[in-house]
Design a protein around this ligand. Structure first.
Ligand code: DLL
Length: 433
């Protein structure tokens, strides 16, 4: 079994913990010196970075939340001057303040190494032809994995997302061996192959590395059975680095989280208390090597548990259980994070749209479909069809551009969306994953 960075991935626990402590202290110093948000926290608590003398001591510091990051838009959380930043990415959203993340040259080196680790853990080697079908752009997925695959020496085909038939032709003609995308897109590819009468057995595809959204063991079985590949899960998030935080090895028994770069904690999401090893709760991550955008105790909103038993693959780092749930109402549509609050903000821009809306999510032809039911005023509802149609089209376009995914919109009658908060469900998620 190949391991990309054996010295770190298989480091004896004692050494690893010592390294974590050294790196933690240097990160705390960095944020204390350079990020006003963190300095204020330390000053308020009357502690100095050097007062944190153990990994456990971290739990004396408060959490960093998505709201803290939104409030720091665009650069207030950066711990280096912009001159040192060589790359920017962001979460989706043009209103509702996206989270902008920056990378120094060193950060990119580390990210590339982490991506190489997850691809290697999944079985990619320099002999592979890796097709990357994540969208190249502001989101972190495509670029993160792209450089990791190149680092390994594999040949990268940066197809980006969409144009499924073309993806399949490329897959066939260029002899792709490893597919990198969201798991739902992998199934979409499998369906399209059926329509194109292409038998996946005749292709060279042997591996799939999927992530960016939750997917079940059943989905894994379906992908593996239909594409004749080994399908592996990998997890990451923009605020922490992007893809490269944790990934499955070929034993597919939890995702190895690279503890030389990240400290994980599991907390009770309602009280914030750190839970004992093995209990399920919200994953909190502290970064240990990030220069431009270090995070102290970032609340990911993802529910999982930690498994400290050593894996058969010989990696010594902790494993997280496959992530299937979140604490908040963040939706992941085609791998893109969407918050109802972003939708609310857009609707406020349109006169005659009530702030009452409901989100219905389905999976049609393997693709997530988000439909927004928007309640409109009497005046709009009884307006001529042409005007209504124009409003509908404008909302649709604006929402799609703000969220970064195509959205369906339906205008509904005044007072038709439930008012009783006990009965009202803002999100109806019909996806079976
Ligand atoms: O999704 C980064 C990524 C891209 C990871 C490609 C893996 C592959 P964000 O857009 O910031 O970043 O979304 C992060 O997506 O907090 C989880 O809720 C969810 N998520 C990501 N990977 C998985 C996974 C990227 N493998 C948010 N399983 C995270 C379950 C996942 N959920």
């Amino acid at each position: 079994m190949n391991i990309w960075d054996k010295a770190y991935e298989c480091m004896p626990r004692e050494e690893l913990e010592q390294l974590q402590l050294e790196r933690l202290q240097s990160t705390l110093n960095r944020v204390y010196k350079n990020v006003q948000f963190y300095r204020k926290i330390f000053d308020k608590l009357n502690v100095l970075p050097e007062d944190i003398q153990s990994i456990q001591g971290l739990s004396n510091l408060p959490f960093t939340t998505k709201d803290d990051l939104r409030n720091s838009y665009p650069y207030d959380m950066f711990a280096v001057s912009l001159r040192e930043v060589v790359r920017l990415h962001s979460t989706s959203g043009m209103t509702g303040k996206p989270i902008v993340v920056g990378y120094t040259k060193n950060d990119l080196k580390n990210w590339t190494n982490l991506a190489a680790r997850i691809l290697t853990a999944g079985g990619v080697t320099k002999d592979d032809m890796v097709q990357i079908a994540f969208a190249y752009g502001l989101l972190t997925g495509a670029f993160g994995l792209h450089y990791g695959a190149e680092e390994i020496g594999a040949s990268v085909i940066p197809t980006s997302s969409g144009h499924t038939e073309k993806q399949i032709i490329i897959m066939k003609d260029y002899k792709t061996t490893a597919l990198v995308c969201t798991p739902s897109y992998a199934l979409r590819i499998a369906d399209t192959m059926v329509n194109m009468e292409i038998d996946p057995k005749t292709l060279n595809l042997r591996l799939g590395l999927f992530g960016g959204e939750p997917w079940s063991e059943n989905m894994r079985k379906e992908i593996e059975g239909r594409l004749y590949i080994d399908a592996l899960d990998n997890y990451g998030l923009s605020e922490v680095i992007g893809p490269g935080v944790a990934a499955e090895c070929q034993y597919k028994d939890g995702l190895h989280l690279f503890e030389d770069h990240f400290i994980p904690e599991i907390i009770d999401p309602s009280t914030g208390t750190v839970l004992p090893p093995g209990e399920k709760g919200e994953l909190v991550i502290t970064t240990l090597t990030k220069e431009a955008f270090p995070m102290i105790r970032f609340r990911t909103g993802d529910i999982t548990k930690l498994n400290w038993q050593q894996c058969e693959c010989a990696r010594t780092c902790v494993r997280i259980e496959k992530i299937m749930e979140r604490t908040d109402n963040m939706l992941i549509i085609k791998g893109v994070s969407v918050f109802p609050s972003q939708i609310e903000q857009v609707l406020y821009e349109f006169e005659g749209c009530e702030p009452h809306f409901q989100l219905v999510v389905d999976r049609k032809d393997r693709m997530d479909v988000l439909k927004v039911l928007v309640e409109v005023s009497e005046r709009i509802f009884f307006d001529e069809m042409k005007k209504q149609g124009k409003l509908l089209e404008n909302i649709k376009q604006r929402l799609s551009s703000v969220l970064g995914v195509n959205v369906d919109v339906k205008l509904v009658e005044p007072q038709s969306i439930e008012r009783d908060l006990k009965k009202y469900k803002r999100i109806i998620d019909n996806r079976v994953i």
